[in-house]
Design a protein. Structure first.
Length: 138
């Protein structure tokens, strides 16, 4: 089975609605880098770390072209793009990389002990997000 690479064009926003458009082949890693402040520059300086929009591409050239297209748009047009898919400006990466606890249901245990399992969320797309995301150039 051959692994297919995917490329992402994404838009981040700060609480004061400063916008940043970028491209990556690993959206989960890249967004976590932005959120942790590991990337020096504009996004760190203005605390731009909320993922408000992204698109998925099969070919890197198409993703690069789309990133350039979005960057060339006016601010109003970029805001309209975001509002069209994410009218509440919700952080689409909320909870990525955070620890969560899963408990084994009582009926599945063979004793009365509680077992906590730590899980680190690494998947950028939940089942709900998969239905919303748009894949380009399939």
């Amino acid at each position: 089975m051959k692994f297919e690479r995917r490329y992402y064009v994404y838009v981040l926003a700060s609480r004061s609605l400063n916008l940043y458009t970028g491209i990556t082949d690993n959206i989960c890693r890249r967004i976590l880098e932005h959120k942790s402040g590991a990337i020096q520059g504009f996004t760190k300086r203005y605390n731009i770390n909320g993922l408000v929009y992204y698109e998925v591409f099969k070919y890197v050239n198409n993703a690069i072209a789309r990133e350039k297209q979005i960057k060339a748009w006016t601010r109003a047009k970029r805001i309209a793009l975001i509002k069209g898919q994410n009218p509440a400006w919700q952080d689409l990466a909320e909870g990525w990389g955070e620890r969560s606890e899963l408990q084994i249901p009582r009926c599945a245990r063979d004793d009365n002990k509680s077992f906590d399992i730590e899980v680190i969320s690494i998947s950028p797309l939940s089942a709900n997000d998969r239905t919303k995301s748009r894949t380009k150039d399939s």
